[in-house]
Design a binder for this molecule. Structure first.
Ligand code: BDR
Ligand code: CA
Length: 315
C-alpha cells in the first residue's frame, strides 16, 4: 500500500478524489492537508473534517495557509463548488474530528521525515503548502517517494487552460509556488488538463454509481449535482471532467497514462501568468534558464474508459 498525503481544497472533485483514495486497497491515506482555492481555507478544512467523520477516514487533517506566496488570493470558485465548497449540501456546523496542532507544511515535513522514501504527496489544489514545506526543509525533496500534481495544461489534445485561456486553476492560484514545486529535485508527475479533460463522468455514470455504491453513491450524487450544472451551463457538457480523481488514479494505476519527460517552468507574471511550459529537448539554448532544472513527467494521454471503470469499481 502506498502511503499518501493529499494536499487539497475540497472542493467537489477533491472530495471525490479523497473518497477514492480512502476506498482503494492500494492506498494508505495517512494525511490530508488543506489549502485555499475552490473555497476558503476554513471551508476546506471543515469539509475535510466532515469527510473524515462521515466516512470514518483514519487520515490526520492539518490546515494550511490561506494566501499564495506572492500574489493576492483569487476569489473562491463559488460558481463551480458552491458557497460551502461542497455544492451547498447541508454540512453540520460542528465536526467531531479536529485538525492537528501543526500547519500543513510542518505536518508534511514531519511526516516525510518520519517515513523516509515512503510518502507520496498528491497535490490537488494550489501548491502553496508544498512550496512552503520545501522552503523550510529543502532536505525533504530527497526523502519524498513521489509528487503527483493535478495541475497545469501543456496544450496536448487541445487543452491549454481553464481559468485563463492558458492557465489551469491550481497553478494560476499560486504560480510562484507551482514553479518552486516543479523545479525541486524530487520526482514530479503533472496530471494536467491534457488528460483530466479527456475523461467525463456523465449523468448516467453518476446515476449508476448512486444506485450501485451504497457507501458513497448518494453522497457523490448530492455533491456533484451543483458541479455538473456548472459544466453544463459553461461548456454544454453532460457530466463533468475528472480532474482531482485522475491524480489519485495515477498513483494507483500509472500504466493508464502516457507520460513524457522534460523541464517544466511556470509563468509567474504577465498575460500568460499561470501557464505551464514544457521543454523536452536536451538542447541548451544560447539563453537557457531551463537546463538547471530537473526533468519531470507530464501526462499527455489517458485510457479514459479504464480510468472511469477503476473509479466506479473501487467505489
Ligand atoms: C482543479 O481546479 C479545481 O477547481 C479542481 O478542484 C481541480 O483541482 C482543476 O483545474
Ligand atoms: Ca482541487
Amino acid at each position: 500500500m502506498k502511503k499518501i498525503i493529499i494536499d487539497t481544497d475540497p472542493g467537489i472533485d477533491d472530495a471525490m478524489a479523497i473518497l477514492l483514495a480512502h476506498a482503494s486497497n492500494e492506498i494508505d491515506l495517512v494525511g490530508i492537508t488543506t489549502t485555499f482555492g475552490n473555497t476558503s481555507i476554513e471551508n476546506s478544512t471543515r469539509n475535510a473534517l466532515y469527510l473524515k467523520d462521515k466516512f470514518a477516514l483514519q487520515a490526520t487533517v492539518a490546515q494550511g495557509v490561506d494566501v499564495p506566496l506572492v500574489l493576492p488570493a483569487s476569489p473562491p470558485a463559488t460558481a463551480i463548488h458552491g458557497n460551502n465548497g461542497l455544492g451547498n449540501i447541508n454540512i453540520p456546523s460542528e465536526q467531531t474530528s479536529q485538525v492537528i496542532n501543526q500547519l500543513a507544511h510542518d505536518y508534511i515535513i514531519n511526516t516525510v521525515k518520519a517515513h523516509p522514501h515512503e510518502i507520496t504527496l498528491i497535490a490537488i489544489g494550489r501548491l502553496t503548502n508544498l512550496a512552503l514545506a520545501l522552503s523550510k526543509a529543502p532536505e525533504i525533496a530527497s526523502l519524498v517517494k513521489e509528487v503527483i500534481i493535478m495541475g497545469g495544461a501543456f496544450g496536448f489534445n487541445g487543452h491549454s487552460g481553464n481559468l485563463t485561456p492558458f492557465a489551469e486553476a491550481n497553478v494560476y492560484g499560486d504560480p510562484h509556488a507551482a514553479d518552486i514545486v516543479v523545479s525541486a529535485n524530487w520526482p514530479v508527475t503533472m496530471v494536467g488538463l491534457d488528460v483530466t479533460q479527456q475523461s467525463i463522468m456523465s449523468t448516467a455514470y453518476i446515476n449508476d454509481l448512486k444506485s450501485k455504491s451504497s457507501k458513497y453513491g448518494a453522497f457523490i450524487y448530492d455533491i456533484s449535482e451543483f458541479y455538473a450544472k456548472f459544466y453544463h451551463a459553461d461548456l454544454g457538457l453532460d457530466g463533468f471532467y475528472v480532474h482531482d480523481a485522475s491524480a489519485i488514479i495515477y498513483a494507483i494505476a500509472p500504466e493508464l497514462f502516457t507520460t513524457r519527460k522534460g523541464n517544466i517552468r511556470v509563468v509567474t507574471e504577465g498575460v500568460a501568468e499561470g501557464q505551464t511550459l514544457f521543454k523536452e529537448s536536451d538542447r541548451v539554448f544560447p539563453i537557457d534558464e531551463w537546463s538547471d532544472r530537473p526533468k519531470q513527467k507530464i501526462c499527455t494521454n489517458v485510457e479514459c474508459d479504464k480510468l472511469l471503470n477503476l473509479y466506479y469499481n473501487t467505489m
